[in-house]
Design a binder for this molecule. Structure first.
Ligand SMILES: Cc1ncc(COP(=O)(O)O)c(C=O)c1O
Ligand SMILES: N[C@@H](CCCC[NH3+])C(=O)O
Length: 463
């Protein structure tokens, strides 16, 4: 643990508080490629650039806070997922992680499909030209209007999440004179190793139909009887930010077990299974995510092995990565406002955003990294907590991190790996305006989601 002589840092290493930090990094100016977007780096003068553009210039032109997304990185991760699974499987990007029309176009061009989970996401996808048959529609409580719009537009599949929905979708499809391709989402009873709020395959939560007690088998029975539905497969999503493949292994085993039961009972071999998303990314240098080709190989082998054992034809696999594609491709650029050293504890560094642009730290106790990016510094490391400007003591962006002790108001700091579930979960708490998303690519920057304005806020306030 470091000793900081600077007045802005905690004075005695032996009284540093409990926290989620290890020793300070050897070089505070270094940007670990594990957590930063692919084109981020420092040039010979120490200037941080992304997509060939100086971050100081981005802050001048677009203001702070701002999400900065590296288009080349996004495209290359999307492509890596698609090529890892080849032509025998489908990759559906989970739009909930971050969706905008530019992102939809990138996905379309890179040959990916899209998972949407609301009318708003569906509208965004369709308006940006994603072919409807490449869209999967999810959600545990889709409205009749949403289901109708999805079927009218010809979405490739609807993932059914409850007994009521089986009947509802069948009825709407029949009324529209259609037969809708559907999957049934089941909960396989796996405890995924992740935060409880983002684990989704244990029984006591809201998603899917439990395998337990024969409920999933009963759901299949009903779906097969309804002529508005074409049951194409079984879906399982076990949770999010998962590194350990054993949960997927158990899930695949149980899904294939259900396919076998379906074959034995109905003489039907369902042609598809979807194993969901949930693959983890590096938020800090301590995280070690797997590469898409390793994941693809592992999942394909598990399913093939299980099917051989059950004497089933191997179904077409699909997956739904969100975070693993977009998460690492963006960072949030903030300006430092106030710096408050609390002796023997830590230094509170306040930035011009906070929990309204990144709720994940407050909600999931998530860990992030941070770096000074407007300049280099040779100052000693100080233990810092990066906090926002909201009226909430839980308004923390980065719980524990080392920043240089000469950090000053006006400096720019950036939090990497904020591409997923940050802009998409952003709010207007305290009527703070949501930041723009600026895409950078080969020396060019452009706004793909503009900064919210006070007019935007007031436009909705019609009282
Ligand atoms: C059904 C479904 N698919 C895919 C995802 C994407 O998860 P992740 O972003 O962790 O890959 C989620 C979110 O957890 C989900 O609920
Ligand atoms: N919003 C969650 C993941 C999505 C959970 C949806 N099933 C996160 O930030 O990690």
């Amino acid at each position: 643990m470091s000793r900081s002589a600077h007045p802005a840092g905690p004075r005695h290493a032996d009284v540093l508080p409990e926290g989620h930090y290890s020793a300070p990094p050897a070089d505070l100016n270094a940007l670990d490629p594990k957590v930063w977007a692919q084109t981020v780096g420092r040039d010979a003068e120490g200037t941080v650039t992304v997509g060939g553009i100086d971050v100081n210039r981005l802050a001048e032109e677009y203001g702070t806070p701002a999400y900065v997304i590296d288009e080349a990185d996004f495209r290359s991760r999307a492509r890596a997922w698609r090529t890892a699974f080849g032509t025998d499987a489908d990759v559906f990007y989970a739009g909930k992680a971050f969706l905008s029309r530019a992102v939809v176009r990138w996905l379309h061009e890179e040959g990916l499909n899209l998972d949407v989970c609301s009318g708003g996401e569906l509208a965004t996808a369709l308006s940006a030209g994603m072919p409807a048959d490449r869209i999967a529609f999810h959600g545990n409580n889709k409205s009749e209007a949403e289901i109708t719009r999805a079927i009218e537009n010809g979405v490739g599949r609807i993932v059914l999440d409850s007994f009521q929905e089986i009947v509802r979708v069948a009825h709407i499809a029949r009324e529209l004179g259609k037969r809708q391709r559907v999957q049934i989402r089941i909960t396989v009873g796996v405890e995924a190793h992740t935060h409880e709020f983002i684990a989704t395959a244990h029984e006591d939560q809201k998603f899917g139909i439990p395998l337990a007690g024969g409920q999933a088998a009963e759901a299949v029975r009903r779906a097969l009887q309804l002529d508005g539905l074409e049951l194409i497969g079984i879906h399982s999503h076990i949770g999010s930010q998962i590194f350990d493949m054993s949960g997927f292994e158990v899930a695949a085993h149980r899904v294939v077990g259900l396919l076998k039961d379906i074959r034995d009972e109905h003489g039907v071999e369902l042609p598809e299974i979807d194993l969901g998303g949930g693959l983890g990314i590096a938020y800090t240098s301590d995280d070690d995510p797997r590469e898409p080709h390793e994941i693809a190989k592992a999942l394909t082998e598990i399913v093939t092995r299980e099917c051989e054992a059950a004497k089933l034809r191997t179904p077409r696999i699909s997956v739904e990565p969100g975070r693993a594609i977009v998460g690492p491709t963006a960072f949030t650029l903030y300006e430092v406002g106030t710096i408050k050293p609390l002796d023997h504890i830590r230094t509170y560094v306040s930035v011009d955003g906070g929990m309204s642009d990144n709720i994940r730290t407050a909600l999931y106790d998530a860990e992030y990294s941070v770096a000074l990016v407007s300049r280099t510094s040779d100052a000693e490391p100080m233990l810092a907590r990066v906090v926002g400007k909201h009226c909430e003591s839980g308004d923390i962006v980065v719980k524990d991190a080392f920043l240089p002790a000469d950090l000053a108001p006006g400096d720019l700091i950036a939090v990497p790996a904020t591409g997923a579930y940050c802009r998409s979960m952003a709010s207007n708490y305290n009527h703070v305006l949501r930041p723009p998303v600026v895409a950078v690519h080969e020396g060019e920057a452009r706004v793909i989601v503009r900064r919210e304005t006070e007019e935007d806020l007031l436009r909705l306030d019609v009282g």
